[in-house]
Design a protein around this ligand. Structure first.
Ligand SMILES: [Zn+2]
Length: 178
């Protein structure tokens, strides 16, 4: 479970700056993800707003460094036609296409999904894996390597996981925040 990451702001003594962006990478460094601290906080606030139910939406951003790293820049709201309960979340589509169309000229596009596991581990479930596999195979999504970010708070400790699904196969991304 090495990719679980207890979020505590840390100060590096030598450099004296607060390191709080989330940087994830697969072991071979082929896939990387940057989730800026401010956006992580927004995700956490959305989870706290309704702490006993799953919630989520899509991740929007861009790829840099020759497609090697996905950078999250926008967190669209939860589509109003989404359905959720304590242990499930089915993301709706309402409003997302219009938002993606609006962001397209800024070269911001769909990167993947995020959701919340209330009081539970952020490890993706088999259902999560199956949903991501379907997304990776959906031509219209135009994202053969979608990323799934899951927030969880087992025993009150906030944790986050990131998984990339190239061709639908899950590959864990470890947190490399320094
Ligand atoms: Zn899940």
């Amino acid at each position: 479970m090495s990719y679980f990451f207890d979020r505590r702001p840390r100060v590096l003594p030598a450099m004296r700056y607060r390191v709080d962006d989330f940087s994830f990478a697969t072991d071979n460094d082929q896939y990387r993800l940057l989730l800026p601290a401010a956006l992580y906080e927004e995700l956490r606030e959305r989870c706290i707003a309704d702490p006993s139910r799953e919630t989520g939406s899509i991740l929007v951003g861009y790829y840099d460094q020759n497609h090697a790293r996905a950078v999250v820049t926008h967190l669209p709201p939860r589509p109003p036609d989404s359905e959720s309960g304590r242990t499930f979340f089915r993301r709706g589509r309402g409003g997302l296409q219009r938002l993606l169309d609006r962001l397209w000229p800024q070269q911001r596009h769909y990167l993947g999904e995020w959701h919340f596991h209330p009081s539970a581990s952020p490890q993706p479930s088999h259902i999560d894996d199956a949903q991501m596999r379907r997304l990776a195979e959906t031509v219209e999504v135009r994202c053969p390597e979608p990323i799934l970010v899951v927030l969880g708070n087992p025993a009150g400790h906030w944790r986050v996981s990131a998984t990339v699904y190239p061709l639908g196969r899950p590959i864990e991304m470890r947190c490399r925040s320094i």
